[in-house]
Design a binder for this molecule. Structure first.
Ligand code: UD1
Length: 421
């Protein structure tokens, strides 16, 4: 197992180009199953989650090639088992979003139930509710969900809770359905909008993505296309925090600023200078950070995927900050590790009170999930002495070579292979 060692104290300076968005790519990879013909994706980040999704597509019968430019040809899928097996779904929950495309195009899908994961129970009841409304027969047995439908039909679905994956999955189910579908109380995240753009380019008729109601007029077929993936708002946000806490001066080239309003607003409240330029986002950390109150919400609210990173910023701010997590339970697993580095954080239910500023001191810390790992790296950037982050495979799921990118900005950070787990 790899580990990352950081010697804190450097001010980050320079520029970094933001990679393609993980959460957009994963869904677009699934959507490629819907096309008649090959899809080519550009600006694909080199991430283990993207490779895992590639493996799943191969298991389903697709031909998958390349990495930065990824090609997916679903030609062989109909001859495969149309099954997403447990060993892949358990490593990456987003695998369940092959359900919609398989069901829509091939009339059947057998997908392992994802079960719990480190950041909460994360059920898929809303996905299944949507497919049932579209006319799928659904059976749960042996830990798998099996869905069948000769051809799905248009339907009205009102989601009980705002779910990104549920919205995307059901939207992909509806694109080839007979008739029109209306999805209400949907997620408005940029990744939902990006998926809708991609599907429309393939020939789908989707309107309303980015609003609470999406309408989909079913079509008979979709084509494979060539598409460049949008930049990653969470990677950009993470780099922005890195610049902010080190009193750095960094240009985040290609940062998708229009999708980052909530994060930029919070950084500004903390006293961070964020200038939108024609190249991206120019971030400059102040001499003294101000405390902030943050509550995670569905988009356009503050993203849960930036909560752990903002908590590190809060440890460096002068005064008390309050961070409240409303999307996932168990999403404070970074708190004890940050505590071991000297942070003063008290969790009460789904809120964390952070008293700053506290000097952090380097320690051996254990990554627990993707964004928690990012927060430990950030903490290492301002800690005194070396910080050793273990289990960095969590980090590699969502950040491409983060150590190289931070090193390019002047951080003292290195990866070592073969560390203890
Ligand atoms: C996606 C993102 C993840 C992000 C999350 C919230 C991807 C690959 N992952 O995850 O990075 O943190 O959105 O922005 O894009 N829920 C139900 N029933 C369902 C589905 C969800 O109760 O059928 C609940 C979940 O338990 C959770 C909440 O809804 O509490 C939001 O989950 P959801 O938006 O579905 O997250 P994901 O799509 O899994």
């Amino acid at each position: 197992m790899d580990k990352i060692v950081i010697h804190g104290g450097e001010r980050l300076q320079g520029e970094v180009r933001i990679n393609g968005a993980k959460n957009a790519v994963l869904l677009i990879q699934c959507a490629a199953l819907l096309g008649e013909g090959k899809t080519t994706l550009r600006h694909v980040p080199r991430l283990s989650d993207v490779r895992t999704m590639g493996k799943l597509l191969e298991r389903l019968g697709c031909q998958v090639g390349g990495d930065r430019t990824l090609s997916i040809d679903p030609e062989g899928v109909a001859r495969g088992g149309l099954e997403a097996p447990y060993d892949l779904v358990k490593t990456m929950r987003a695998s369940v979003t092959v359900m919609g495309p398989l069901l829509a195009r091939y009339g059947r899908a057998r997908v392992s139930l994802p079960g719990g994961c480190a950041i909460g129970a994360r059920p898929i009841d809303q996905h299944l509710k949507g497919f049932a409304a579209l006319g799928a027969e659904i059976e749960l047995s042996h830990g798998y969900v099996e869905l069948r439908a000769r051809r799905l039909h248009g339907a009205s679905v009102v989601f009980d809770t705002v779910t990104v994956g549920g919205t995307q999955n059901v939207m992909m189910g509806a694109v080839l359905a007979r008739g029109t579908s209306r999805l209400e109380n949907v997620a408005r995240e940029p990744e939902v909008q990006e998926l809708a753009r991609f599907l429309n380019k393939m020939g789908a008729r989707i309107s309303g993505a980015g609003t609470p109601v999406i309408e989909i007029e079913g079509v008979d077929s979709l084509g494979g296309i060539d598409h460049a993936v949008v930049p990653d708002r969470i990677e950009a946000g993470t780099m922005a925090v890195a610049a902010a806490i080190t009193r750095g001066d960094v240009l985040l080239r290609d940062a998708p600023v229009d999708d980052m309003h909530a994060v930029i607003a919070k950084l500004q409240e903390a006293g961070v200078s964020c200038d939108v330029t024609s190249d991206g986002l120019h971030v400059r950390g102040p001499e003294q950070l101000r405390p902030i109150d943050v509550t995670t919400r569905p988009y356009p609210g503050f993203p849960t995927d930036m909560q752990a990173q903002l908590m590190v910023l809060a440890t460096q701010a002068h005064g008390q900050s309050l961070l409240t997590e409303t999307i996932f339970e168990n999403r404070f697993m970074h708190v004890p590790e940050l505590g071991r580095m000297g942070a003063d954080i008290h969790v009460n239910g789904n809120s964390a009170a952070v008293r700053g500023s506290t000097p952090l001191s380097g320690a051996i810390v254990m990554a627990t999930d993707l964004r928690a790992s990012a927060s430990l790296v950030l903490a290492g950037l301002v800690a005194d002495g070396p910080t050793e982050v273990r289990r960095v495979y969590h980090l590699d799921r969502g950040y491409e070579a983060i150590e190289k990118r931070l090193r390019g900005l002047g951080a003292r950070i290195e990866r070592f292979h073969g560390a203890p787990g």
